[in-house]
Write a protein that binds this ligand. Structure first.
Ligand SMILES: [Zn+2]
Length: 185
């Protein structure tokens, strides 16, 4: 299985190919990408690669993505304890969503504490309404970065379902066995 650094290199290489292809297609007027859309895609792709990698399910160990959070790396330790390595966190749809939900929960907690500690404080709000053209590149960038990680890990899109089915079969045939955690991604 690739290490965090190899995952990063794969994602950077794939981004370069995509950016070059997008440039060629837009020159030939086959694709229209606004600078804001390109920026949104890039930001979400970079966040998914460097800050929200599926390997955060190992966050109680030394993980590349946790290291990128610097002093805030500790906030991912509960996530690492909550999710088994290469389990649900490494599924194609729910996995990336668990990290977004966890991040949203952390932000809600921080906002709650700030509101309580300083009631007069004006916090930035999300401008409404948000257009699909704005959100779609964010979603695409984030999910693509995650899927490339899963492909490099050799995980198929039906991973979550197969795991669930295997668990059911195991429960039916024998008592639960101990979990093993790998240090490597
Ligand atoms: Zn992984």
């Amino acid at each position: 299985m690739p290490s965090g650094r190899v995952h990063n290199l794969i994602n950077i290489a794939a981004y370069s190919v995509l950016a070059a292809a997008a440039l060629v297609l837009s020159r030939q007027e086959l694709l229209t990408v606004t600078p804001v859309q390109a920026l949104n895609f890039t930001v979400a792709y970079a966040a998914g690669t460097f800050l929200l990698s599926p390997d955060l399910d190992l966050a109680d160990g030394r993980v590349d993505s946790k290291r990128h959070w610097g002093l805030l790396g500790f906030v991912w330790v509960p996530y690492g304890k909550l999710f088994r390595h290469r389990g649900l966190s490494h599924s194609w749809v729910i996995g990336p969503l668990t990290r977004l939900a966890y991040l949203a929960l952390l932000l809600t907690l921080v906002v709650g504490v700030l509101r309580y500690a300083a009631p007069g404080l004006t916090l930035p709000t999300i401008p409404q309404p948000i257009s699909m053209k704005f959100v779609l590149p964010l979603v695409l960038g984030y999910f693509l970065s995650q899927w490339l990680h899963l492909i490099a890990d050799g995980i198929r899109p039906d991973h979550g379902f197969r795991q669930g089915a295997r668990k059911l079969r195991l429960q039916r045939h024998r008592p639960r066995s101990g979990r093993s955690r790998s240090r490597r991604a």
